[in-house]
Structure formats: structure tokens, C-alpha cells
Design a protein around this ligand. Structure first.
Ligand SMILES: NC(=O)c1ccc[n+]([C@@H]2O[C@H](COP(=O)([O-])OP(=O)(O)OC[C@H]3O[C@@H](n4cnc5c(N)ncnc54)[C@H](OP(=O)(O)O)[C@@H]3O)[C@@H](O)[C@H]2O)c1
Length: 430
């Protein structure tokens, strides 16, 4: 058995505690696999007095991150505190000190990944981040290694369990958004402030990480057009189901002729699509490679145990390299600059729900706005009228149309005196 590999954790919350528990329970097995014991030397937290749900000697817990980063007996730093700063500073410091890093931090990798990976390479250190996307689902290693021979055509993913849980409740029980969110919060699936999840930012961070790897191009989270789920109503799910679709928050990165489409938005998915069947807090990622065709990864995208599984996989890979003194030679480097496409270059079919005055001639006026912008209607359904307010709802499905044209037509429709509201606008994901 070789010399022990020393580990320092920054963060001992849900994920950090899960990692410590698994290391305690399976330490001997890991040691046999790696050829050396793995020992937690220190864990840095915000509040050392807080009780911890992990078998760790309280003397190892500190609020002093710098002491951990300066400890020569720590070869691997596990960053599981989250957020961009000060996590970014700590990871840089660790790499500069020649320590390997494992991180579960999607925000950090989405915003600073290329820079940190370059630094890691320069120092011969590993920076692994399997847990940053999709919790326990293997995604980063397959993209880094197993799919490397492919030219990737697309990545399509349900990668936020909170929103998928909310949308599943809305679809299956007719719950409205606020009700489904409150339940997700009660069950601990949604944070007290759910903005990051429900506005799609969390999914955009994860898509940035996946797309950067898959397409070997720099995709920053702010380049990804991101729409959340807060404007959806229970009726949209009903109408979508009548048309044979489900509504899911889907993150897409797809290679097109002139660049990369990159977007997070609620979309209509045909009920027979594999992603349409991914319900509750489950995540799934569908990758199309030119050699492999479609491959699908599915599983639990969050939670202490699945995420610890991914963190420890990275830790074991590094520990083995430490034992055998193999420096990291591989690093991410961009292959090409793929421009991110705007709405004038994207075509889709669209689902539009408009609340209008319940009067004759209204549909003709809407159809004219769409027609004037070269958007043709595939189907229209007039839904029940609201007699008190003398309004009715129109659900329109378009043929394929340029997104910028549809957006322009919708802006004109919203200005019509007979229109109370353009209530929903969703793409049909094909
Ligand atoms: N939870 C999941 O299912 C999951 C899944 C995949 C990825 N992740 C990612 O994993 C990371 C950790 O998530 P989590 O759910 O474990 O978070 P968490 O439960 O909130 O734990 C965060 C930990 O970091 C510590 N911390 C925060 N700020 C600190 C600072 N400035 N200095 C030192 N320690 C600090 C906290 O200390 P105190 O305990 O003293 O407050 C806590 O122990 C995040 O990047 C998250 O996105 C989480």
C-alpha cells in the first residue's frame, strides 16, 4: 500500500457530507482500488460550530480555508461550497500550489472552466468536475473520453430536477405553477428562493459546461438564451396534451450550418420522444454523435449520494494518478469558434396561446399579423370563453417559421385592441 493521499474539503454541506460518509463506509475498498488510503485531513466551512451529518473528527473542521490550501499533506482539494466567488479564488490558489481539484460547482465551471482548466494543465494538476452536471449521471467523463471520436451534432437535456418536478406535477395533476412550486419547496426539491432553478439559470450553467466540452468551443452562460417556467399555466399542459405533446424545460445545444444553437426554454416535446418520458426529479441527457448516433444518459441529477458518487469517481481517478505519479497532460482546448445563433437564424414550429375579445373577426386579424410576417398557421383551436370577461382563448400551432418573424408577429398581435394578452409562446422541439 502506498503513502496516504490527503484530501481537503471546502464545504461540508449536502454534497461534502455525502462524500465524507461514503469515504468512511467504503474507505478500505477505495484504498485497495487505488493502492493507497485516502485520508480527509481538513474540512473548511463557514460555521465550524454547526452540527454535521458526517462521521468526521470535529478537530478537522475549520473556518480557515487558507490553512487548508497551505497544508502540504493535502494533495487533493474537493470544492463543494458552490458559487463563483470565493470558490474561483480558492480553486486557483489550490492549482497554483500544485494541488489537484475536484469540484461539483457548475456555476464555477460554466463561467471560469476554460481558464481554470488551462491553469490546471500548466501546473500538471487535475481539475475534474463530473458532479457539476447531472449529479450521479456520468456525463463529463463520457464527453471527455468515450465520445471523443465523434463530431457531436447535438446535446438535448433535462438537467434541472426542480423544474422537472414542478412541470411533472403541472402535467399530471393539473396543478398550477405556484401550487407545484410550493410542494417542491415543502419536499426540499426547491430552494426557498427558487430563482436560479425556475428562471433556467442553473440549466444554462450546466448546458454551458456540456456544450463547451461537446463542441470544443467556448460557450458562456450569458450566450445561452434562457427562459424559465414561471409563465406557464396548467391549461398549457392540457392543450399540449390534446395535441400529443408534453411541456419540458429543455436545454439544447445543436450544431447548425452557420453556428451553434444554444438555448434553455420550456418546449413542446412529442410524447413519444425519450425526453418526454423523463419525469419528477430525474434528469436525462441525449447526445447525438456522428459515429454513435443517439446515446441517452438518465438518472438522479442531484442529492447527496448520487453527487458523492460522481465526486468520488473523480477523486479515485486523481488518487490513482498521485500514487503512480502521473501528471495531468490532458486539458480542454477550443477547436473552433462557433458563433451562437440568434433568432433570425433559427426556425421552429411554435405553440401560441392568446387571450382575445370573444368577438367575430378576431382570428382573421391575428392570422393577418402572422401572415404579414410569413408565419403560416398549421392549426387553431378556440378554447372555452370566459363569459364574465367576454374573452376567449386561441391556441395556434404554426408551421416552421423563422423565430425572429414569429417574435415580430407576436409583438404586433399584443398591440391589437382585441387582444388582452399573448399568454404563452413555446417552441416545438423536434
Ligand atoms: N446538492 C446537490 O444535490 C448538488 C448536486 C450537484 C452539484 N451540487 C453542487 O455542489 C456544491 C455544494 O452544494 P451543496 O448542496 O452541498 O451546498 P450546501 O449544502 O449549501 O453546502 C455548502 C457548504 O459550503 C460551505 N461554505 C459556504 N460558503 C463558504 C465559504 N465562504 N467558506 C467556507 N465554506 C463555505 C458551507 O458551510 P456551512 O455548512 O458552515 O454553512 C457548507 O458546508 C454546489 O456547487 C452545488 O451546485 C449540489
Amino acid at each position: 500500500m502506498g503513502e496516504a493521499v490527503g484530501v481537503g474539503l471546502i464545504g461540508l454541506g449536502v454534497v461534502g457530507s455525502g462524500v465524507v460518509r461514503a469515504l468512511a463506509e467504503r474507505g478500505e475498498y477505495f484504498a485497495r482500488q487505488v493502492g493507497a488510503p485516502i485520508v480527509v485531513r481538513r474540512a473548511a466551512v463557514r460555521d465550524p460550530a454547526k452540527p454535521r451529518n458526517a462521521p468526521i473528527d470535529p478537530a478537522l473542521i475549520t473556518a480557515d480555508v487558507d490553512s487548508l490550501l497551505a497544508d502540504p499533506a493535502i494533495q487533493v482539494v474537493i470544492e463543494v461550497m458552490g458559487g463563483e466567488e470565493p470558490a474561483h479564488r480558492y480553486v486557483r490558489q489550490a492549482l497554483e500550489a500544485g494541488k489537484h481539484v475536484v469540484t461539483a460547482n457548475k456555476e464555477l465551471m460554466a463561467k471560469r472552466g476554460p481558464e481554470l482548466l488551462a491553469l490546471a494543465r500548466e501546473r500538471g494538476c487535475y481539475l475534474l468536475f463530473e458532479a457539476s452536471v447531472g449529479g450521479g449521471i456520468p456525463l463529463i467523463a463520457p464527453l471527455r473520453r468515450d465520445l471523443l471520436a465523434n463530431r457531436i451534432a447535438s446535446v438535448r437535456a433535462i438537467i434541472n430536477g426542480t423544474t422537472n418536478y414542478i412541470l411533472t406535477r403541472m402535467a399530471q395533476e393539473g396543478a398550477d405553477y405556484a401550487e407545484a412550486l410550493a410542494e417542491a419547496q415543502r419536499l426540499g426539491y426547491a430552494e426557498p428562493d427558487p430563482t436560479n432553478d425556475v428562471e433556467g439559470y442553473d440549466a444554462a450553467y450546466k448546458l454551458a459546461v456540456l456544450a463547451t466540452l461537446a463542441f470544443r468551443t467556448r460557450v458562456a452562460p450569458e450566450q445561452i438564451r434562457t427562459e424559465g417556467i414561471t409563465r406557464l399555466s396548467a391549461r398549457d399542459f392540457l392543450y399540449a396534451a390534446e395535441l400529443g405533446y408534453v411541456i419540458k424545460l429543455v436545454a439544447v445545444a445543436e450544431r447548425r450550418d452557420r453556428g451553434l444553437l444554444a438555448r434553455v426554454a420550456p418546449v413542446l416535446l412529442h410524447r413519444d420522444e425519450p425526453l418526454a418520458k423523463v419525469d419528477g426529479v430525474y434528469n436525462a441527457v441525449q447526445i447525438v454523435g456522428d459515429l454513435t448516433g443517439m446515446v441517452l444518459f438518465e438518472g438522479r441529477g442531484a442529492g447527496a449520494e448520487p453527487t458523492a458518487s460522481a465526486v468520488i469517481a473523480d477523486l479515485l481517478e486523481i488518487a490513482e494518478a498521485v500514487v503512480h505519479r502521473v501528471p495531468n497532460r490532458a486539458a480542454w482546448s477550443p477547436e473552433e469558434e462557433l458563433p451562437i445563433l440568434g433568432p433570425e437564424e433559427i426556425e421552429n414550429r411554435y405553440y401560441i396561446r392568446v387571450t382575445v375579445a370573444d368577438r367575430p373577426g378576431v382570428l382573421a386579424r391575428l392570422a393577418k399579423c402572422l401572415g404579414d410576417n410569413d408565419v403560416s398557421i398549421a392549426a387553431v383551436n378556440q378554447k372555452e370563453a370566459n363569459e364574465d370577461q367576454q374573452t376567449a382563448e386561441l391556441v395556434i400551432m404554426t408551421h416552421r417559421a423563422r423565430e425572429s418573424a414569429v417574435l415580430k408577429a407576436l409583438a404586433e398581435i399584443a398591440e391589437l385592441p382585441v387582444v388582452s394578452e399573448v399568454s404563452t409562446f413555446l417552441r416545438v422541439e423536434e
